[in-house]
Each structure stands twice: as structure tokens, then as C-alpha cells.
Design a protein. Structure first.
Ligand SMILES: NC(=O)c1ccc[n+]([C@@H]2O[C@H](COP(=O)([O-])OP(=O)(O)OC[C@H]3O[C@@H](n4cnc5c(N)ncnc54)[C@H](OP(=O)(O)O)[C@@H]3O)[C@@H](O)[C@H]2O)c1
Length: 348
């Protein structure tokens, strides 16, 4: 494609975005989560659906939880800060007194905490129709998790990978019993396209020798899309009635951005303010992918502004997705075994 045609295409997309012109789904950049769910659920509530939404103690996740709970979806909020979780729950109940919100503790950068959350959730014997992997971390400084993994990669990618694995059987079982398709939504970011192939090595992402916070965040968001793609492929092979897709919510001034204080960041946001979405708009693509009948059977895709979008070439690389999957499984297995051995040694 010539540069002229590329520039024209970009300008067309920008105008479409700014004007909020609807795409093929009927929604566009300025659609809110509430509009999507009202339209997709019609006049009925959905008391038979159960959703787990990570990172629902603030921002986009809290809005998705509010909107789904208002429509009768039972919402499970895994929170690392139960006090914050309780405040969100209270706010939802004030607006929708009938809502069912379950709060459970989780720290996504800790494998043991994820295992504990899953066993607590599974012991409740509830169905699981929707899993929204939304929590996100942007670590400014190089920090290591309990498993000695760089914190952004540990929280955004590895934590959600393990969570999904531990809940997959429940989702498959629910879908088979209820004949309602299960939905997994991985919240990624357009920033995934900044990652170059030479900067995408598993061991380097676990423990980068030269830490760059934006690069670590972008790498984790690319890994999230590759996870969705490979999981979608495997689910299809297993003939399980669950779909998995990745989304970019848009640029929204939430906690994850507010943490970047300073003159340069503030100026950049002031200049880009025309492109910023509100939180209700930021939660729309997640809710669309999680609930819309238009998304029935659609899996392994990438969405933004409630419409399918192209992700980067690297994010579309099936071999890369399989390779990342294998390395992730091997790493998680090794760390879980190591911990089990240590625990057993304590009794000897
Ligand atoms: N805002 C944007 O412009 C933008 C753009 C592209 C993608 N995204 C993605 O959208 C998602 C939602 O982010 P947001 O914008 O709504 O940001 P946010 O308001 O900062 O929300 C992030 C959520 O993740 C939770 N979280 C972080 N670390 C966690 C951990 N170790 N264990 C459990 N929960 C943890 C936070 O919990 P606490 O309340 O305890 O902090 C919070 O609920 C993220 O995945 C983000 O990367 C956002």
C-alpha cells in the first residue's frame, strides 16, 4: 500500500473515531457499556449468568461489574484490597439492590493467592459463564513478584493465564450443562503493537536485564492477545462451547494512567484529550464481547470500539502463540512443583 493510501486510511479511521461513527456491530467509539448491555440483553435480565471480573475494584472493571450486575448477572469480584471491593459492592447495591455481588480475595501476582481464590470460588459450587481478565498493572520500577517474575508481566499475563487454566473446567462444564456459550475476555491494549519481535523473549520478560516500564507493559499486553489466540485454538479442538477474545478498551483516564503524574504526561493527555474515552465508554467493548449475541461462536479475535480490529503481525503469529503457551505452561508447572516440594519438606 502506498504511503498516500495509508495516510488516507488513517485519517478516515481518526474521523470515524472522533465522530463516534458506528462500525458493523452497530456501535462505535462513544458507545457506553450500559448502552451495549441494554441493547444486547433487550428488556430481560440475566439472573442465570455468573461472571468473574478481575480488577473490578476501580476503572473499567468496576463499570463493567456495575452494568452487568444491574442486568441481573451474578458478579464475582476478586480483589486484592477487600475494603475497595466492599466499596464497589456497596455502590452497586445502592443503585441495584437486587444485585448479587460476591467478593473474594486475590493477588494476581501470586500463584498461591490465585490457587486459593479458585478453590474458594469452586467450593461455592456456582456456574461460571463469563471470565473477564481485566486487572492491569503498570509497574514504574523493576519489582519482582513472589515467583521472582517482573511484576507487570506477572500480574497482567502470568496471573491471568493461571487463573484461566484453573477455571477452564468449570466454564466448560457450565457451558455444557446450560447450553449457554461461555465467554472469556482478555483485556489487552493497542500498545501491544509497539513490541518488536527481538524484544519478545519469554525469559527476558520474566526477569528483564534492562527494565523499561512501557516496554514491559506492552509486552504483557501482546502476551495477553497471544494467550487468547492459542487458547481459542485449543478450545476449538476440544469442542468446548467457550470463546475467548482480546479487547482494547480505548484510552481512558483511570488509575493505571493517573499513576503517571508529571508535567509531560499531563501535557500529553491534555493534547490527546479529544481521543480519551470516559470510563462508561471504556467498558463498552469488554461488555460487548462478553454478552452480545453477535459474538456467538466468535473466538480468537481482537476488538476495539465494539468492532473487530486488526492486531499487530506479531500478535497474529500462531507459531509465536503456541511457543509462548508452551513456555508459560512449563514455567508455571515448575514453580508450582517447586513450592509443593518446599511445603512437603517443612513436614519432614
Ligand atoms: N485506561 C486505559 O487507558 C487503558 C488502555 C488500554 C488498556 N487498559 C487496560 O484496561 C484494564 C483495566 O484498567 P483500568 O484502566 O480500569 O485501570 P485501573 O483503574 O487502574 O484498574 C486496574 C485494576 O486492576 C487491579 N489490579 C492491579 N494489580 C492487581 C493484582 N496484583 N491483583 C489483583 N488486582 C490487581 C486494580 O486493583 P486495585 O484497586 O487494588 O489497585 C484495579 O482494580 C487493564 O488491563 C489495563 O491494562 C486500560
Amino acid at each position: 500500500m502506498s504511503v498516500g493510501i495509508q495516510v488516507c486510511a488513517m485519517m478516515k479511521e481518526t474521523v470515524k473515531y472522533l465522530a463516534g461513527i458506528a462500525g458493523p456491530s452497530g456501535y462505535g467509539s462513544n458507545t457506553t457499556a450500559e448502552q451495549v448491555v441494554a441493547e444486547e440483553f433487550g428488556c430481560c435480565s440475566h439472573p442465570h449468568l455468573t461472571a468473574i471480573i478481575t480488577g473490578a475494584t476501580s476503572g473499567i472493571g468496576a463499570e463493567a461489574a456495575r452494568v452487568l450486575a444491574k442486568r441481573g448477572v451474578r458478579v464475582v469480584i476478586p480483589a486484592r484490597d477487600l475494603k475497595k471491593g466492599y466499596q464497589v459492592k456497596e455502590k452497586i447495591l445502592k443503585e441495584s439492590p437486587e444485585a448479587e455481588i460476591i467478593l473474594l480475595e486475590i493477588d494476581l501476582c501470586s500463584f498461591s493467592s490465585i490457587q486459593q481464590f479458585c478453590s474458594q470460588f469452586l467450593s461455592l459450587n456456582l456456574p461460571l459463564n463469563i471470565l473477564i481478565n481485566n486487572a492491569g498493572k503498570f509497574a514504574h520500577k523493576m519489582e519482582l513478584s513472589e515467583e521472582k517474575v517482573e511484576m507487570t508481566f506477572a500480574t497482567n499475563y502470568l496471573g491471568h493465564f493461571l487463573l484461566t487454566e484453573l477455571l477452564m473446567e468449570k466454564m466448560a462444564e457450565t457451558a455444557a450443562e446450560t447450553k449457554i456459550q461461555g465467554r472469556i475476555v482478555n483485556v489487552s491494549s493497542v500498545i501491544h503493537s509497539w513490541v518488536k519481535r527481538q524484544h519478545f523473549y519469554f525469559n527476558q520478560m520474566l526477569q528483564p536485564s534492562n527494565y523499561n516500564s512501557t516496554r514491559a507493559y506492552a509486552q504483557s499486553k501482546l502476551a495477553i492477545i497471544l494467550h487468547a489466540k492459542e487458547l481459542a485454538r485449543q478450545i476449538k479442538l476440544r469442542k468446548v462451547n467457550v470463546t475467548v477474545n482480546a479487547v482494547h478498551p480505548g484510552i481512558v483516564k483511570t488509575g493505571i494512567i493517573r499513576d503517571h503524574k508529571g508535567f509531560i504526561t499531563d501535557s500529553l493527555f491534555f493534547m490527546a484529550s479529544k481521543f480519551l474515552k470516559s470510563i462508561p465508554q471504556g467498558a463498552s467493548t469488554t461488555c460487548y464481547v462478553a454478552t452480545s449475541p453477535q459474538m456467538e461462536g466468535v473466538s480468537g479475535r481482537y476488538y476495539a470500539d465494539c468492532n473487530e480490529m486488526q492486531c499487530s503481525l506479531l500478535a497474529n503469529d500462531d507459531a509465536q502463540a503456541l511457543d509462548l503457551w508452551r513456555q508459560t505452561c512449563a514455567f508455571i508447572r515448575q514453580r508450582l512443583r517447586r513450592r509443593q516440594r518446599r511445603e512437603l519438606e517443612q513436614f519432614e
